[in-house]
Design a protein around this ligand. Structure first.
Ligand code: NAD
Ligand code: MG
Length: 402
């Protein structure tokens, strides 16, 4: 069991003394952020909202701030600052703007737990600041660990900060590990729905359009992760996320397609016993668990009924068709800055696909070429990760002529 896992189980319960956990939601206007606010609104005796941040959606940020009355808000887009400031001027809420403000606010003392729910690489720096600041991190932003997992986890252990997973698969693994701190993991089995194009072949995928790819069969999520789910890159990112969260070797991480998304993931121990965590596909549950851990809170979320869903299916992922998963496995094996390069190229490719600038299969070509082109560094510093990200973005954007 890793140092971080011991930390997660040992310290979170006692970290908040007052009884009311003060929450900072970074990315409050997104899919995870808004669901987290629903969870919090149902339990004012357990949680208070201290920080809300948004990138562009100032209208929603203002509504959220007026409802939850946080200590402070950050609007990423500086052009929106005055509007937010004015709308909140009758309140004591402090308003900040810009990318740097995210890091500054993450370094403040007004909260106990950061819900890291910004999408993409942009979530990395504020999360690193929260860890340096000794705050508990409930991590939805998987890209943080994909880009710089070694440095982030090392810092978390050094600062004795538990990183509690929000991603449903990692939450499932985390839940399976309770009571098992002395028992080594043989392997983890990450389940994947397969996305909207499960069973499809390249001759179909070549014509897929953004509207079609944005229709996920089981989960309602932000645009970037929905496309990542359709290409299976999401599962690739999650393999790398699992490696860092649970200190696993690449060969200990297996992906299984499970179209119903009822089993959220599994852990196999050394005696061959497999533990699984099940439930309906609803992110509110892992969000609630991450912010309330080690407690489980009663709720009214719909329950899974074994009488209604009769079949749970499992199959091998098709790595020949969904080549992003193969590229992510390669990045996982080679390590260094390769996952960071892959992530940057993927963010550019997904952005271009969402803008109808490239086709579905071209996303993989962009990622593969960028991974081949940007120089490999076996043991990068944080600065070198930032540089690799920038270099990969520039190269990928040039390929697409963005
Ligand atoms: P989303 O697009 O719905 O929301 C993203 C949030 O981040 C918004 O509040 C937006 O304002 C903010 N943001 C976007 N770009 C930013 C930038 N450059 N700087 C600062 N803030 C920025 O995304 P989401 O679906 O809520 O996903 C958030 C994270 O959680 C992702 O890393 C995703 O992989 C992970 N995750 C999401 C789900 C899900 O069900 N949505 C499940 C598991 C993991
Ligand atoms: Mg997931």
């Amino acid at each position: 069991m890793s140092e971080q896992t011991k930390l997660q189980f040992a310290e979170t319960g006692s970290a908040v003394k007052s009884g009311v956990k003060r929450i900072a939601i970074f990315g409050s206007t997104g899919s995870i952020g808004t669901q987290a606010l629903d969870v919090i609104a149902a339990h004012p005796e357990l949680f208070s909202v201290e920080v809300l941040t948004a990138h562009h959606n100032e209208e929603l940020l203002i509504r959220q701030a007026l409802k939850f009355m946080p200590n402070m808000v950050v609007i990423g887009d500086e052009k929106k600052y005055l509007k937010v400031k004015e709308a909140l001027s009758p309140t004591p809420i402090k308003v900040f703007c810009g990318e740097k403000a995210l890091e500054e606010v993450a370094s403040m003392d007004c909260y106990d737990l950061m819900l890291a729910a910004i999408v993409g690489y942009a979530g990395l720096k504020p999360t690193v600041k929260a860890i340096s600041n000794g705050k508990i991190v409930a991590l939805a932003n998987k890209e943080t660990l994909v880009v710089a997992g070694d440095i982030v986890m090392k810092k978390a252990v050094e600062k004795r900060v538990p990183i509690i997973p929000v991603d449903s698969e990692h939450s499932a693994i985390f839940q399976c590990l309770i009571g098992e701190t002395r028992n080594p993991i043989e392997k983890v089995i990450l389940t994947a729905s397969g996305g909207p194009f499960l069973g499809r072949k390249p001759n179909f995928l070549v014509n897929v359009k953004r509207e079609h790819a944005l229709q996920h069969p089981n989960w309602n999520m932000g645009a970037k992760i929905t496309i990542d789910s359709a290409t299976l890159m999401n599962k690739g990112l999650e393999m790398i996320e699992a490696k860092w969260l649970f200190n696993l070797k690449p060969e200990q991480i297996q992906v299984v397609i499970h179209p119903q998304s009822i089993i959220h993931s599994m852990v196999q121990f050394e005696d061959g016993s497999i533990k699984a965590q099940l439930g309906l596909p609803d992110m509110k549950l892992p969000i609630q668990y991450a912010i309330s851990f080690p407690k489980r809170i009663r709720n009214e979320f719909p329950r899974y009924d074994f009488k209604k869903v009769h079949t749970l299916n499992f199959e091998e992922p098709d790595l020949k068709t969904f080549r992003n998963l193969a590229l992510a496995s390669e990045a996982l094996q080679k390590g260094g800055n390769l996952p960071c390069i892959m992530n940057a190229a993927n963010e550019i490719a997904v952005f271009a696909f969402l803008k109808n600038r490239i086709g579905f299969l071209e996303m993989t070509d962009v990622i593969e070429k960028t991974m081949q082109k940007v120089s490999f560094i076996a043991k990068p510093t944080l600065e070198e990760y930032f540089e690799s990200d920038g270099e990969a973005r520039t190269y990928a954007a040039d390929l697409i002529q963005l």
